[in-house]
Design a protein around this ligand. Structure first.
Ligand code: FAD
Ligand code: MLT
Ligand code: ZN
Length: 452
């Protein structure tokens, strides 16, 4: 491929080729997708992104937008030799407004840096996930990332007040005014959030911030049965107004985490099910919790641990957050991120093991996730990474009980073949027509969301 024009646009340091391209760009985080690319491009601003995409459009060259490459569905992997457009050098937080609680950032800034900037302003950014130090704001917008605090603040789409993006023809669209009310036609931020780099490259965003809590407490609870744990999830969601996270994991996952990372388990007798409840709010949090219906469970349970400062909270959160790394350190997992409708959760838990075993009796099944949202991460080790039978039957089962085959990670390449489990033919056709409107030459992330 003739790269000289791109070098002219981006400068010699803005294009890397050959030996400088490592797996951090071409292999996805899970290790399941391994691609290759002739070049990784590093624009520094929106104008450069626009010039690059004008050239790609004119020359029908496919390109994959990439942020931190922490995605879980192969959405940023160049399986067919596409160029990679990395936003990693677009790392300016351009404007902060401590009065309105908003900031404007370039797309390559990490989630962690946005969180820190919000704290410095006396506010908080309402999205959190454990890849915070690598995942980019552009990537979290493109995947409409969820994470642990959706229960309180909503997913990424809820935080985006305005955005700027470049379409597949190189045209710059969107605005960063951040108006509280603006019903002027279709809502571009809403459409581009979750579009996974298939419609446009997000270059800048105006984000809303939320009130910073004065106090935060993490509570880990252990249960013998799932039913007991699900009862507490209901109480937490309904009656604990300060709740900001309600996460679930199980005995085998915790045991793997402790083995992999040399952690001491929270108590000597393992529980079957664990809930991690995070509460945050104005001072007086402990009093409010002790007057809430959760107090009864806390008093009667033998298996409770509290974290009320940064160190003890982190210690508790590690049991949950290290699941992803512990599983990937053991093998290449089949990662299926699903939402189950509230009334069907017990049904799901009762049957999921049998569904997996119907394909591979020796498979290891790890379940964990965001219990407050009904969002379970189904991780399966055992079946060969390229054998997708187990993926299909699990996703079919989820769809059959009214769930979503992608709660927060997106469709990417991993789930493109199953989109029709949740979407009708007419909907998929409409999605394709929307894509053509933004990307008439089909150069933006081909193969993601849709099978070609
Ligand atoms: P990438 O992986 O680089 O890209 C992801 C997708 O977005 C691709 O389709 C890519 O083409 C597109 N894209 C990237 N940047 C842009 C852009 N500027 N414009 C247009 N398209 C773009 N996700 C959750 O939702 N919740 C979690 O709790 C969570 N926890 C995680 C924990 C770990 C340990 C890891 C490794 C991942 C986790 N993830 C989670 C998944 C991942 O972090 C998110 O999907 C994140 O939003 C990806 O951001 P990224 O910058 O790494 O994007
Ligand atoms: C999480 O909640 O930890 C993530 O979404 C990552 C994963 O599913 O492994
Ligand atoms: Zn998650």
């Amino acid at each position: 491929m003739e790269l000289q024009t791109l070098k002219n646009i981006l400068g010699p340091e803005g294009v890397i080729t050959n030996k400088d391209i490592h797996g951090g760009y071409t292999t996805d985080w899970t290790g399941r997708y391994i691609g290759s690319t002739p070049a990784v491009l590093f624009p520094k601003d929106t104008a450069q992104v626009s010039q690059v995409l004008q050239w790609c459009f004119a020359n029908s060259v496919a390109v994959i937008p990439q942020g931190g490459n922490t995605g879980m569905v192969g959405g940023a992997t160049p399986l067919n030799g596409e160029l990679i457009l990395s936003l990693k050098k677009m790392t300016n937080i351009e404007e902060t407004d401590g009065v309105s609680g908003q900031l404007v950032t370039q797309a390559g800034v990490t989630l962690g840096d946005v969180q820190q900037a919000a704290i410095k302003l006396g506010w908080k950014y309402g999205v959190d996930l454990s890849a915070r130090d690598s995942a980019s704001i552009g990537g979290t917008i493109a995947t409409n990332a969820g994470g642990s605090q959706v229960l309180r603040y909503g997913n990424t789409r809820r935080q985006v007040l305005g955005l700027e993006a470049v379409t597949g023809t190189g045209e710059v669209v969107g605005d960063l005014r951040g108006l509280a009310k603006d019903n002027t036609g279709y809502h571009l931020p809403g459409l581009l959030c979750g579009s996974e780099g298939t419609l446009a490259v997000v270059t800048r965003a105006r984000l809303r911030l939320v009130n910073a809590p004065e106090e935060e407490i993490s509570i880990l609870l252990g249960f013998e049965s799932l039913q007991e744990a699900l009862r507490v999830v209901e109480v937490v969601k309904k009656d604990l107004y300060d709740v900001q996270a309600c996460e679930i994991f199980f005995r085998n996952g915790l045991s793997l985490v402790c083995d992999q990372f040399g952690l001491t388990p929270p108590w000597s007798t393992p529980s079957n099910v664990y809930l991690l409840v995070d509460a945050a709010g104005q001072s007086g949090l402990v009093d409010r919790i002790s007057q809430s219906p959760l107090a009864g469970f806390l008093e009667s349970s033998k298996y409770v641990a509290f974290g009320s400062d940064a160190v003890s909270r982190k210690r508790i959160w590690r049991y949950r957050e290290l699941h992803t790394e512990a599983i990937s350190a053991t093998g290449v997992p089949h990662k299926l991120d699903v939402t189950i409708p509230h009334g069907r959760l017990a049904d799901f838990y009762d049957n999921i093991e049998a569904v997996v075993r119907s394909i591979d009796n020796d498979a290891q099944l790890f379940l964990f996730g965001h219990a407050g949202d009904g969002n379970i991460h189904v991780n399966i080790l055992g079946p060969e990474p390229e054998d997708l039978t187990v993926d299909k039957v699990v996703l079919e089962f989820v769809a059959s009980i009214g769930g979503s085959i992608s709660a927060e990670h997106g469709i990417g390449r991993a789930k493109a073949s199953y989109l029709h489990f949740n979407r009708t033919d007419s909907e998929i056709e409409l999605f394709r027509r929307v894509k053509v409107a933004f990307d008439p030459a089909g150069i933006l992330n081909p193969g993601a969301i849709f099978n070609k």
